[in-house]
Design a protein around this ligand. Sequence first.
Ligand code: AHM
Ligand code: MG
Length: 334
Amino acid sequence: MQDLRGITYDEFVILKQKDFPQAEGDLSKLLRDIGLAAKVINREVNKAGLVDILGMTGSRNVQGEEVQKLDEYANEQMIKYLRAGGQCCVMASEEEEDFIHVEDDHAVNAKYVVLFDPLDGSSNIDVNASIGTIFSIYERISVGVPSIEDVLQAGNKQVAAGYVIYGSSTILVYTSGNGVNGFTLDPTIGEYCLSHPNIKTPENGKIYSINEGEYNNWLDQGVRDYVNYCKENNVEEKRPYSARYIGSMVADLHRNLIKGGIFIYPSTTKATKGKLRLLYECNPMAFLVEQAGGLANDGKNRIMDAKPNELHQRIPIFIGSKNMVIKANEFLVQ
Ligand code: AHM
Ligand code: MG
């Protein structure tokens, strides 16, 4: 197979389009629009540490402009670039109560729906930990005026999904259903370059990621039993496993995707249906992880087969290395 390492994201997306002779280039354009929005968000995220110098959020900066919260800024950029690109007729965001119908003339016949979390893990901004943008793309199913039905599609109907992690470097990872590829932003040329071709997640990992402070609040005893299993000594199975939890889904999942591991956000007494959102957090991550050879379920049923009922729906999630997810599930079935 041709070694494409180093090729830019934009070139790669166009190259992959050739695998689908009927493709008209709209999805490629849409993916590039998202990449562009993420570059603009990345620029602002990189300046986050300067906020104290330039002005606190909610106050005025030295130019007398209102300093915006980064998650609001990220939301605006995603909407702006997706709207300008003209490839999507419907958008939905964690930051918006309702879905957005793009009514601009150039988007009237647009065939895509984009759901996104513009800046996930934003509570980590202040401490300079990694955060990310997550996106999920569907074809519209409505005829005529777009409707909520376009947004409430099961994850198994996604045509593409991905995330951008703003970390020690900025990496865009995406799938369009034919494997997973990662591109690192080279700030000197302003391009994402293929750095992680054909990502496969290890079937057996050694990392478990869960907010263990909630140990006593997990609704399911099986989750406690599984976590205790992860901590037990077992030379053959190379246990105890390592606990790693940043509290930023993109960062936790990116690490586990590369190194192998399981990420769990279960039902708790406070979040009885889990905390994370099905449509723009769990489904896109599930698509990526499955494409990389892993699994994602709610403890029993596949995340991508869940039927969405509302835009901001939550769901418990067990996601990551195949054998770890299977093992964790065994503890839940009493
Ligand atoms: P956010 O969308 O408000 O940023 O919340 C989602 C984040 C995820 O990134 C992370 O996995 C989770 O919340 C952490 O939650 P907790 O602090 O309860 O462990
Ligand atoms: Mg979020």
